[in-house]
Design a protein around this ligand. Structure first.
Ligand SMILES: *Cc1c(COP(=O)(O)O)cnc(C)c1O
Length: 243
């Protein structure tokens, strides 16, 4: 049974975010259709995901592979719905990720890439992924430290090897900036990720780098102004997460 009231409230918030995305895109002269809204449902119960799907949500983001796969298997009305992995991938979860997700946003180290490549090959597929960068250089965040532009060369060997893996397919970059109450303060971090994308695409012209996954409930409008192509919004669409 799908909760009608919940579906309608998610539908209303989803539409509101879409219209805010459109406004932000137009402010900077971007095509609103070039921005995808990923709805983050980590720790949310099945009832919330079912309501989100009933409300028209097409892309779901999850952080924990086992939780996500359990949800995928339990949901019936999932035709046309894409599941994205946005959390840190532990080595021993690489197979689950390789077999079950449309896009991995959070590839954060070479060793994991090698394992994902092996499992994707075994599954007979190519896994599309984004490289995750720690754009603020915070201890608590995953991804290559890209806080110091003078040291971007340091991670080029890792990237080069990852791009050579046959069963992985790069699509772009992802970041989670430091948290600020004032979204405007996240702007330089989003801008730096876009510059890093331009830098990497210059080094590796044969790969595709069009996706920039950045911006969450608190700062997606700034992220769109700075070039986000996928925004990852949880609480502003589906409400507070259970603890
Ligand atoms: C939880 C999470 C989000 C969504 O955050 P909200 O504040 O709920 O919008 C986005 N990206 C990542 C990587 C997350 O872990």
């Amino acid at each position: 049974m799908i909760n009608k009231a919940l579906t309608e409230s998610i539908r209303a918030r989803y539409k509101k975010i879409q219209s805010q995305v459109r406004d932000s895109a137009l402010v900077v002269g971007r095509d609103p259709a070039s921005i995808k809204l990923l709805v983050v449902t980590k720790r949310q119960p099945l009832s919330v995901i079912e309501a989100a799907i009933a409300a028209g949500v097409k892309m779901l983001g999850e952080n924990y592979p086992e939780e996500a796969v359990r949800k995928m298997q339990s949901i019936e009305a999932k035709k046309g719905v894409e599941w994205h992995m946005i959390g840190h991938v532990q080595s021993r979860k690489a197979r689950l990720v390789a077999e079950n997700f449309a896009l991995l946003h959070s590839l954060d180290r070479l060793k994991t890439a090698r394992r994902l490549d092996r499992f994707s090959k075994a599954a007979g597929r190519k896994l599309p992924f984004l490289l995750e960068f720690n754009i603020g250089g915070e201890e608590s965040k995953h991804g290559w430290d890209a806080s110091d532009e003078a040291r971007w060369e340091d991670f080029l060997p890792d990237i080069e090897e990852i791009l050579s893996l046959e069963s992985l397919e790069v699509r772009g970059l992802m970041t989670m900036p430091p948290f600020f109450q004032d979204a405007e303060l996240a702007r330089p971090y989003f801008r730096r990720l876009r510059r890093l994308r331009d830098y990497l695409s210059e080094k590796h012209r044969q790969s595709s780098w069009e996706e920039l996954s950045m911006g969450t409930s608190g700062d997606f409008q700034v992220a769109v102004e700075e070039g986000a192509t996928i925004i990852r919004v949880g609480q502003a669409v589906v409400g507070q997460r259970p603890l």
